[in-house]
Structure formats: C-alpha cells, structure tokens
Design a protein around this ligand. Structure first.
Ligand SMILES: [Zn+2]
Ligand SMILES: [Zn+2]
Length: 166
C-alpha cells in the first residue's frame, strides 16, 4: 500500500529528539539484560481493535516503551482514536449506489497503517510520543479508482512520562 493521507505534525513544543521528562529520568528503568539503567525507545504500535461502524472509525492501539538494549517491553499505554466519516460514506453511496436501498449497501473495508514519532524537548521538556494512524476505507463492490471511500490520518500524542510501568 502507498503511504496514505495527510500527516499532521505539530512540533511547536520543539524539534523532534529524544529528551527524557524529568519524571522519567528519576524513574529510569533498570533492565535485567545489562543490570544497568537503560534508555527506553518506542516499540511498534500494536493494533488492539479497528472498527468501522455507523460511519465512525474506532481504533485502539497499544504503545510500548522498550529497553533500548534488549527490546523488552517496560512501559505501556493504550490510545483510543475515533473519526467520523459519515459524509464521505454518504457521498460514495450517492455517487455509485444511489439505486440500492440502505439495507443493501455494499460492505466497506477498513485498513490502517500505524507509525509513531517522538517529539518534545521544548519549553516544557516533555517527551511526547505521537501516534499516527493512516486509514483507508474502500468499497468491496466498486473497483479501480472508484473503490476509495475515504482516507485520512488520525494523530494523537501522549507524554512518555505518562506510560504505565509494566
Ligand atoms: Zn534490556
Ligand atoms: Zn462502491
């Protein structure tokens, strides 16, 4: 799949970079792999659920902060995202399936690609983990260029210091 949608980025708090929050420095993790304090890095986002119902995309994604030495998961956070795409679905149905009763509307498929970025280190020295979810909704009946119903990007940030220790 191509990279999709528009990516919104807000680095107003400072340029991207790895900066520990004060709280996280004080509670830095010791890992069994080296017996020393280790740095944490963000793991690959893990999809818990991805639903499209009544025109609303609902995502639940687990993020982890892992030992930079051995990759062991040390902290976690679950992010819930929602986006309504009713207008885009209605537009597609009116354009391609206007003669079909609502109950017999074609099935739509949702696919999402997740990525993360780290930002922060500005005025408030907060290390923010940004989850970027690029979604595509396609019509199972239409083909070619016509099958694309909606695409976009949902972005949420959470402070690294607010991840829960595992
Ligand atoms: Zn480790
Ligand atoms: Zn269609």
């Amino acid at each position: 799949m191509d990279s999709l949608g528009t990516r919104t980025q807000d680095w107003s708090a400072g340029a991207p970079g790895i900066t520990w929050t004060k709280g996280e420095v004080l509670r830095r993790m010791r890992c069994d792999c080296t017996g020393k304090f280790v740095s944490l890095e963000t793991g690959d986002p893990e999809e818990q659920s991805a639903d499209l119902q009544d025109g609303v995309i609902a995502l639940e994604v687990r993020l982890t902060r892992n030992c930079a030495e051995c990759g062991e998961e040390k902290k976690e956070s679950t992010v819930s995202q929602e986006e309504e795409i009713t207008d885009k679905i209605d537009a597609h149905m009116q354009k391609f399936h206007a003669d079909v009763p609502d109950a017999e509307r074609p099935t739509l498929s949702l696919s999402v690609e997740y990525s993360t970025e780290e930002g922060g280190g500005g005025r408030y020295k907060k290390n923010m983990i940004e989850l970027i979810s690029n979604y595509t909704v396609t019509c199972d009946t239409c083909t070619g260029d016509d099958e694309l119903v909606a695409e976009g990007s949902i972005t949420d940030s959470c402070a690294a210091g607010e991840f829960e220790e595992m």
